[in-house]
Design a binder for this molecule. Structure first.
Ligand SMILES: NC(=O)c1ccc[n+]([C@@H]2O[C@H](COP(=O)([O-])OP(=O)(O)OC[C@H]3O[C@@H](n4cnc5c(N)ncnc54)[C@H](OP(=O)(O)O)[C@@H]3O)[C@@H](O)[C@H]2O)c1
Length: 424
């Protein structure tokens, strides 16, 4: 086989193949051998590869040495990016090779084209490591739970966001400090935009929803909102409501077969299973019509946790498994626009503490038929800024969005309000 990419994940794959090679060879009755490795800059010293290179493994900067040169039966893409991997995968299929990848961004963006090309050429894409690294969630959904009509996926799919929210709660950090710590510990990328914007979770949700819906789910169908507006105050107010804030990826099916697809910061009760997931861990809470509820929990990033799933896919490919061949070929079911979804909402506003301000705010919501289930204002000093937090009864998302926009325009607030959706 050939490896395109030998950074964090690629090095983990080589380490596992070295450590566990004998056992895997016994299981397969043949050894698993990497014979070519492609990197961006082969001239850079790579001491950890010295042993392999001395046995004749080829190191180059040319992906075609893996995708089309003779002598390779499987392409393992662990380089990252989107356009390059798209081209390499298409080239691999054209040359009769299956692909193992950890690249959710490429599959979520170009999945329709890539899965169709694989089908046409009779090839397979194995992508266990693309979602929740070590957790074998793709295998669970494709095979273990195939008998079920899945009705719900609620998941923490981004370790960086979960780490930031955990530090904000447990150490009282503000968001920028928690993000800096996540970066220092290597949980967040140097450019964490895709993580904290919710984009990375949306890529992963698109892949999981695609398996469950038997169709390619365009990532644009997923309503996506980032973590950037959440403050320590929100975390503390959430605690007063016996809740925690989690960055959730949600796919929910209604009784008519239509789906909600959303990624956003979410208030959940503290005794919910997902509220217990701390630090950089991932968890996926599933519901199937036959199996009932189920939880998968584990490490969602890192060299060895990710390589654990890449190597599992290499073994599947070596055994000749084909995955669920038509799993992405069906028609996309109806997706319910998030603005039509009815939820409870948490709203935090900053106002000047002057007589009548609370009344004006509550009547503002009342006039728009938004009914308030609770309201909270800490002890304030006349003429000073004070936060007001309210929780609505179930209200259509768009009604709350419009009300918050009007409230901001009415200049009743000191700054833009923060809204967090609540999942029961
Ligand atoms: N890191 C994780 O925890 C994790 C978890 C799940 C999934 N993933 C996915 O796994 C993939 C790899 O991530 P990583 O963290 O291992 O990245 P990384 O540490 O940055 O390594 C990337 C590797 O790919 C090589 N490369 C990059 N662009 C290339 C190009 N155009 N041509 C040839 N080689 C190229 C790099 O070469 P040089 O060595 O010369 O720079 C490097 O060896 C990504 O798709 C990522 O989303 C990562």
């Amino acid at each position: 086989m050939g490896l395109i990419g030998c950074g964090t994940v690629g090095s983990g794959v080589l380490e596992i193949l070295h450590r566990r090679g004998d056992d895997l060879a016994r299981l397969l009755s043949r050894p698993l051998r990497v014979t070519r490795i492609v990197v961006r800059d082969p001239a850079r010293p790579r001491h950890h590869l010295a042993g392999l290179l001395s046995t004749g493994v080829e190191l180059s900067a040319d992906p075609q040495r893996v995708t089309r040169a003779p002598g390779i039966d499987l392409v393992v893409e662990v380089a990252g990016g989107t356009e390059g991997p798209r081209q390499w995968m298409l080239d691999a299929f054209r040359h009769g090779r299956d692909v193992v990848t950890a690249n959710k961004a490429t599959l979520a963006t170009h999945g329709a084209e890539l899965f169709a090309a694989a089908r046409e050429q009779g090839r397979c894409i194995f992508y266990e490591a693309s979602v929740a690294a070590a957790i074998p969630i793709v295998e669970m959904l494709q095979n273990g739970l195939v008998a079920n009509q899945m009705t719900r996926i609620s998941a923490i799919l981004n370790g960086t966001c979960n780490y930031i929210l955990t530090r904000m709660e447990l150490d009282g950090m503000e968001y920028p400090q928690a993000l800096a710590e996540a970066q220092a510990k290597g949980f967040a990328e140097a450019d964490p935009t895709l993580d904290i914007s919710g984009g990375d979770s949306a890529h992963k949700l698109a892949l999981l929803a695609g398996i469950v819906m038997r169709s390619h789910v365009p990532v644009e169908k997923i309503y996506t909102e980032g973590l950037g507006n959440i403050t320590r105050d929100d975390i503390q107010f959430a605690a007063q409501f016996n809740c925690r804030i989690k960055m959730l990826a949600l796919a929910k099916r209604n009784e008519h077969g239509a789906w909600e697809l959303r990624v956003h910061p979410t208030l959940i009760q503290r005794d919910e299973i997902l509220a217990q997931v701390r630090d950089e861990f991932n968890a996926i809470h599933l519901k199937g019509d036959a199996a009932g509820p189920m939880l998968a929990y584990g490490k969602g990033a890192g060299a060895l946790p990710t390589a654990s799933s890449v190597v599992a896919d290499i073994v599947r490919a070596a055994k000749g498994e084909r995955g669920l061949f038509n799993s992405h070929a069906g028609t996309l079911p109806e997706i319910i626009p998030t603005e039509k979804v009815e939820l409870r909402h948490y709203v935090r506003m900053a106002v000047l503490d002057v007589p009548g301000v609370l009344g004006r705010i509550t009547s503002f919501f009342g006039l728009r038929h938004i009914s308030i289930s609770s309201i909270h204002q800490p002890e304030a000093h006349m003429g000073h800024p004070v936060p007001i937090v309210l929780v609505t009864h179930k209200t259509q998302d768009k009604v709350v969005t419009d009300a918050l926009r009007d409230l901001e325009n009415a200049k009743l607030l000191l700054r833009a309000p923060t809204r967090i959706r609540i999942e029961e």
